[in-house]
Design a protein around this ligand. Structure first.
Ligand code: ZN
Length: 315
C-alpha cells in the first residue's frame, strides 16, 4: 500500500475524540478511562486543538495513528488502513488489560457460531426492560425484530446485547451496551466480541422495502430503534468518516430504488454528517428536528409523552 503524504495528513486530522469513540472509548469532557493501564478516574485527556491524547498516569500519548496502533496492537501501516477503512477491522473490547491481549498481527474473524444461540431465544433482564421500555419507551415489536437480548457478567454488570446482521440475516457482529451506571462499575460503555463487524445496523430491513419507499438513516442503534418505533423503516450508521467503502457502495447502489431521509442531530457534527452522506447519496433528504431536541431519540420521547403512557412492562 502506498500512502500519499496528503492522505496521511487526512488520517492525522481525523478528530481524535471521534477516533477514540470508534475504538470504543467513552469520551466525556475531553477525557476517557485510559485503556493502557487499569484506570478508574478517566486519566486520558484529549487535546482537540492539537488533536492528541495523553495519559498523565502511564504517559501514553500521541495522535490519531498512535492511538490506533497502541490500542489495537497494529503497526503503522495497519493503523492507517484501519483509520481509512474504519468499520471493517476487528475491534477489541478495551476493558481487557493490555497484558492479557495477544500480540500484534493476530488477525481474527468473528465466529458467529459461538454467539448465534444468544439471539435464538432473546432474554430481557429487568435492567434491559427498564432501559428499553421504561426509559426509551420502545415498541416491543421493534425490540423483538432487532432480537435484542441481555446478560449479566461475572462482575454483576448488566449488558444489552445488540446483534448486527447482514442483509441475508447472517450474524456479523455484536455490540454490548453497558446497562449499569458506569460511575458505579468503571466498565466501558460498549464492548465488541473479537472480530465483530458493526458497520451498518439493521440491514435485514432492506428486504422489507418496497420500490421507492423511504429509508431513514440514523446515527447509532438507539436512534434507529426510536425511528422504527415511530413506524419508519430505518438503518443506522456508526459515523460517516468511518463508513467502509463496502458500506458506502451498498448505500449508494440502493439509492436508485428507495429514498433516503435523515433527521441530523441538532449540532455541528450532526449537520456535518448529513453533508458528508449527501455527497455519497445525492437523494438524501434533510428533516429538521424541532427546537430543543438534540437527536431523534429525544424527539421520539417528547412526542411519545404527549400522546400516551405505554403500559409498564416491569413487574
Ligand atoms: Zn494510562
Amino acid at each position: 500500500m502506498t500512502m500519499e503524504k496528503f492522505e496521511l495528513q487526512q488520517l492525522r486530522d481525523l478528530p481524535i475524540e471521534e477516533v477514540a469513540s470508534r475504538l470504543g472509548l467513552e469520551v466525556t469532557h475531553h477525557k476517557a478511562l485510559c485503556p493502557f493501564h487499569d484506570d478508574h478516574h478517566a486519566s486520558l485527556s484529549f487535546h482537540t486543538r492539537r488533536n492528541t491524547f495523553r495519559c498523565f498516569v502511564c504517559d501514553a500519548k500521541g495522535g490519531t495513528i498512535d492511538l490506533v496502533m497502541q490500542y489495537l496492537h497494529k503497526d503503522f501501516k495497519e493503523a492507517c488502513q484501519w483509520l481509512s477503512n474504519g468499520t471493517i477491522e476487528p475491534q477489541r473490547p478495551h476493558s481487557t488489560p493490555l497484558s492479557n491481549q495477544r500480540g500484534a498481527g493476530g488477525e481474527s474473524s468473528f465466529d458467529a457460531t459461538k454467539y448465534a444461540h444468544y439471539f435464538a431465544h432473546p432474554y430481557l433482564s429487568q435492567a434491559a426492560r427498564r432501559f428499553l421500555f421504561d426509559e426509551r419507551r420502545l415498541d416491543p415489536r421493534v425490540v423483538s425484530w432487532c432480537r435484542l437480548t441481555s446478560w449479566r457478567d461475572r462482575n454483576g454488570i448488566d449488558w444489552l446485547q445488540i446483534p448486527y446482521y447482514d442483509q441475508e440475516g447472517h450474524l456479523i457482529g455484536i455490540q454490548n451496551r453497558n446497562l449499569s451506571n458506569q460511575n458505579e462499575n468503571g466498565a466501558p460503555r460498549f464492548r465488541f466480541p473479537k472480530g465483530s463487524e458493526c458497520g451498518i445496523y439493521n440491514l435485514p430491513i432492506l428486504n422489507r422495502l418496497k420500490p421507492g419507499e423511504a429509508l431513514y438513516i440514523t446515527e447509532g442503534a438507539s436512534d434507529c430503534w426510536a425511528m422504527l418505533s415511530s413506524g419508519h423503516k430505518a438503518i443506522a450508521i456508526p459515523s460517516a468518516t468511518l463508513l467502509s467503502k463496502k458500506d458506502q457502495d451498498q448505500l449508494f447502489s440502493l439509492s436508485f430504488s428507495l429514498t433516503y431521509h435523515m433527521y441530523p442531530d441538532q449540532d455541528e457534527p450532526g449537520e456535518r454528517l448529513f453533508l458528508h452522506l449527501q455527497k455519497i447519496l445525492p437523494n438524501l433528504q434533510h428533516h429538521q428536528l424541532p427546537q430543543g431536541c438534540k437527536d431523534y431519540s429525544d424527539f421520539y420521547l417528547q412526542t411519545k409523552s404527549l400522546t400516551f403512557n405505554p403500559p409498564t412492562l416491569t413487574h
